[in-house]
Design a protein around this ligand. Structure first.
Ligand SMILES: [Zn+2]
Length: 234
């Protein structure tokens, strides 16, 4: 095998290691996204519950205002009843008084019902707050582990790239350029040996003349079947 090809194969081994590390790095993203999704779901449940209780609190204030207004009506009806001068007026004033008392009862019952719902909702909010805290606590270790893994892979990639650049210096510039052009497209193994008279990646037969050139000069020839770069193996 031509020494240039040997050097190029060393570069390719390092490139394949870097690709594998880059794949491991990319695989971390969905794991982080899954953690984020889980936390977001808990946070959104809590946010919705807090909004709902605020709505109920506002309805409760309105019901209390209605009760206050209705109690004033009762007082007025009471005074009107006490100042009547005829049995007919007394009858009408009594009806009025009873009606306003019913209105007070209704609005107070409504306020009590709303308060009951608010109490339940506050318990629910406490549960949701605990659930969110629990998710965040559980995720602390998972996130730290992910961060550590990412940092390790990134450091390894940086080290491998600088090693690769050193190794690449022993490959002729034009051969390296040809290899890099095909490699960046394939992002996988790019250089293959001939096997017998064929491409060892796809078994396409290579014409005799081209095989002779590869053997004589150590040049790389592109396989017309699969686009891999071929070298004379022996
Ligand atoms: Zn091929």
């Amino acid at each position: 095998m031509h020494p240039d090809v040997q050097s190029l194969l060393a570069v390719q081994r390092e490139d394949l290691e870097i690709y594998a590390l880059e794949e491991r790095l990319a695989a971390l993203a969905p794991r982080l996204a899954a953690l984020e999704k889980e936390r977001l779901r808990a946070a959104q449940d809590l946010e919705r519950a807090v909004k709902s209780v605020a709505t109920e609190e506002s309805r409760h204030r309105e019901a209390q205002h209605r009760s206050d207004a209705n109690r004033q009506l009762v007082e007025r009806s009471q005074r009107a009843y006490e100042s009547v001068t005829s049995p007919r007026e007394a009858n009408a004033a009594m009806i009025q008084l009873e009606q306003t008392k019913r209105m007070v009862d209704d609005s107070e019952r409504e306020a009590t019902q709303i308060q009951g719902r608010i109490n339940e909702m506050r318990h629910h909010i406490a549960d949701l707050e605990a659930a969110l805290a629990d998710v965040e606590h559980r995720q602390t270790d998972a996130r730290a582990a992910l961060d550590k893994e990412r940092a390790e892979i990134e450091a390894q990639i940086a080290a491998d790239r600088s090693k690769r650049d050193q190794t690449a210096k022993s490959v002729p510039r034009s051969m390296l350029a040809k290899y890099d052009k095909v490699r960046t497209r394939r992002r996988a193994e790019t250089v293959f040996p001939l096997r017998g008279t064929s491409c060892s990646a796809c078994d396409t037969a290579i014409p005799t003349q081209r095989r002779a050139a590869m053997a004589a000069t150590g040049s790389l020839e592109m396989c017309e079947g699969c686009g891999a770069l071929l070298y004379a193996g022996e």
